[in-house]
Design a protein around this ligand. Structure first.
Ligand SMILES: Cc1ncc(COP(=O)(O)O)c(C=O)c1O
Length: 391
């Protein structure tokens, strides 16, 4: 019998699609004169004092691997930061792990806790990596529809209605990408209560924790009796404008961190050394820079949201991150049609909402981490476009 030729790629990988965001931005990159409200990253370079600390470390020849867990000083600074910010105690040697961004954190968390068929409940729409990481870890994403009427918040009752014998965790991310939604402490406490009652873990992606406007961020691990069962993921990419440095962290119980660490040490070894040095400086003296950037984002947010509503793209007020998520339903187009036509006819790039899940259909994501002049010009072009196609 001839040997059966195996499939080139695994069934697990074949189940997931490439990120809709990247596909769209390959198209943007091939065009000139485009105003991009697309990729979700700060338009600021990393604050100079942070870059300088990293440059100095290179000058000193600090270019080797670090401890697999991350530089001890960084873990100590992080432990202090979490104590100062949230009054949470994490042991730097056993409850913190420095990761290659929150991206690695989501991957490690899902692989560390899931067995085949385990279910993870999350919001639809949500950040693009959540459901793919769950699938790659052998689990099943269970989506909870959210909508503009309820400000894209997850309801505890909707979560509870989807719990089965296979449910292992709830994966949340507030402030949210793509909607900019922030959930109040009270509503998060209701989710925590469901998690406790059903003994579920909660993976909480808090990468936008510091980017909130006029509201307070609630760290999920601070909710009553949630510290032990929360895998808190955070990072430096957004608040400190450090996307390219690739540094994030996980804070969780000893048992979970030990499991995540096993995967991390074999697949990653350690997060980039230079980035870790920069992160130490960010934690030690980056607060003023963060505050300045947040103030600037807030100005842009107000212009963007007011402008979108004015041109006929209804948009709820996002209280966090740096995204607006207007409805484009009034044009009768799908999200992809809208984004593609807008790009070709008016050279404005926004991400089709369906890249973030079925419930993102009928919306586009507009990132306002770009200059006010570009936001104003983009709104002008979008206004012209909407007028032409409004039904
Ligand atoms: C909600 C969310 N989580 C995680 C990430 C990935 O961040 P990092 O650069 O830390 O890997 C992003 C990036 O856009 C994000 O929006």
């Amino acid at each position: 019998m001839p040997r059966r030729v195996p499939r080139l790629t695994s069934q697990r990988v074949n189940q997931i699609a490439s990120s809709g965001i990247r596909r769209f931005f390959d198209l943007v990159a091939s065009m000139e004169g485009v105003i991009s409200l697309g990729v979700g990253e700060p338009d600021f370079p990393t604050p100079w004092h942070i870059r300088e600390a990293a440059i100095y470390s290179l000058e000193k020849g600090y270019t080797m691997y670090t401890s697999n867990l991350g530089i001890p000083e960084l873990r100590r600074e992080l432990s202090r930061y979490l104590k100062d910010s949230y009054n949470l105690d994490y042991d730097p040697d056993s409850e913190l792990l420095i990761t290659v961004g929150v991206s690695e954190g989501v991957d490690l968390a899902t692989r560390a806790i899931l067995d085949p068929g385990d279910e993870v409940i999350m919001a639809d729409p949500c950040y693009v990596s959540y459901n793919s990481c769950v699938i790659l870890a052998g689990g099943r994403p269970i989506m909870v529809p959210t909508n503009q009427k309820s400000n894209f918040e997850l309801s505890a009752a909707d979560i509870e209605a989807r719990i089965t014998d296979k449910t292992k965790a709830i994966l949340i991310g507030y402030p949210a990408n793509p909607t900019g939604a922030v959930m109040s402490r009270d509503k998060l406490a209701q989710i925590a209560e469901v998690a406790r009652r059903h003994q579920l873990l909660v993976i909480s992606d808090e990468i936008y924790a510091r980017l909130v406007y006029g509201v307070e961020h609630t760290c999920f691990a601070t909710l009553p009796r949630m510290k032990e069962s929360t895998i808190l993921l955070g990072g430096f990419s957004k608040a400190y404008a450090m996307t390219g440095w690739r540094i994030g962290y996980a804070a969780a119980s000893k048992e979970v961190i030990a499991a995540m660490f096993k995967i991390h040490q074999y697949t990653i070894m350690c997060a980039p050394t230079m980035g870790q040095v920069a992160a130490i400086e960010a934690l030690k003296s980056g607060d003023d820079s963060v505050a300045e950037m947040v103030e600037d984002y807030n100005r842009r947010r107000l212009v963007m949201v007011k402008g979108l509503n004015k041109i006929g793209l209804p948009c709820f007020e996002p209280k966090g991150a740096f995204y607006a998520f207007p409805s484009i339903k009034g044009t009768g187009m799908t999200s992809e049609e809208f984004a593609e036509k807008l790009l070709i006819e008016e050279k404005v790039a926004a991400v089709p909402g369906n890249a973030f899940g079925e419930c993102g259909e009928g919306y586009v994501r507009c990132c306002y981490a770009t200059s006010l002049a570009d936001i104003e010009e983009a709104l002008l072009r979008m206004g012209r476009f909407v007028k032409k196609y409004r039904k």
